[in-house]
Design a protein around this ligand. Structure first.
Ligand code: ZN
Length: 271
């Protein structure tokens, strides 16, 4: 696996709207098309949120199931669902789609400001989520919006709730959370336990610096409309795949091969 870059595509998120980004996939059909295009372009993981037909975020298991089933019909990509959900959802609502046995799920390792919104994950909620993921054989991505989140993950690891290899997701440059810089990223990386992999998720203007930071520090890349809608200053991305294609080109220039979904399953021990 050395020298292979794992690219995750976060197709839609909970906050981005079609008014902001007309190419945003929303319905299960649109999500499946976007996943297939992203996979073809080189993404090995898609990170999935579900929406109602009016575009509002939902944790409805039926909507997640429709999207997952359609994606699996179209391509062999690794599917990671959110358990961050959206503001106002209860922890029980947010964790429920894990019962669909996706390959992976995000596990937010603490509470954080998210612009004017927020995510609340206390240690008891984190334990509950980790236990549910173990029950359904779902691999967590330990999403950390702050250095203290990496440190909180150590508590779950010590309690045996999370098994190696660990996959961290460093969500950086969220408004009102931790900014992205060489120093902040390095500090996050330094806090990880042995047998850890990490993906850098640079939000908004942190998108391209996040890609470069991941390559420079031996991490993996996340792109997609959840994290950023602009391909360049003032120019909206045409699709999720357009972001993936650029991440592939940059990785190739850095001498990296692109991981396939089968590589990711082997690396993260997903079965
Ligand atoms: Zn997400």
């Amino acid at each position: 696996m050395a020298n292979k870059m794992v690219i995750t595509c976060a197709l839609t998120g909970a906050e981005t709207t079609k008014a902001q980004a007309p190419a945003l996939p929303v319905t299960p059909e649109e999500l499946a098309d976007a996943a297939a295009e992203a996979c073809l372009a080189g993404a090995s993981i898609v990170h999935l949120h579900a929406r109602n037909n009016d575009g509002s975020p939902t944790a409805d298991v039926k909507v997640f199931k429709a999207a997952i089933d359609l994606i699996r019909k179209k391509c062999d990509v690794v599917i990671e669902i959110t358990t961050g959900g959206a503001v106002g959802m209860t922890p029980e609502e947010r964790i429920a789609p894990v019962s669909l046995r996706p390959d992976m799920a995000s596990l937010d390792c603490g509470t954080v400001n998210f612009g004017n919104d927020y995510i609340v994950n206390t240690l008891p909620i984190m334990r509950q989520f980790a236990a549910e993921m173990n029950k359904y054989n779902v691999r967590p991505t330990l999403e950390c919006f702050d250095v203290s989140h990496v440190q909180s993950s150590h508590i779950l690891i010590k309690e045996g709730l999370i098994k190696p290899p660990y996959h961290y997701g460093f969500v950086m440059n969220v408004p009102a959370a931790l900014s992205l810089s060489v120093k902040t990223l390095s500090y996050m990386i330094d806090q990880m336990p042995p047998e850890s992999f990490f993906t850098v998720m640079g939000i908004g203007r942190g998108h391209l610096p996040g890609i470069c930071g991941a390559i420079a520090s031996g991490g993996f890349i996340r792109v997609g409309f959840e994290d950023n809608i602009y391909y360049s200053k003032g120019r909206l991305a045409k699709s999720n795949a357009e972001f993936v294609e650029r991440a592939v080109r940059i990785s190739h220039e850095a001498g990296l091969e692109i991981a396939k979904p089968s590589d990711v399953r082997q690396l993260f021990k997903i079965n």
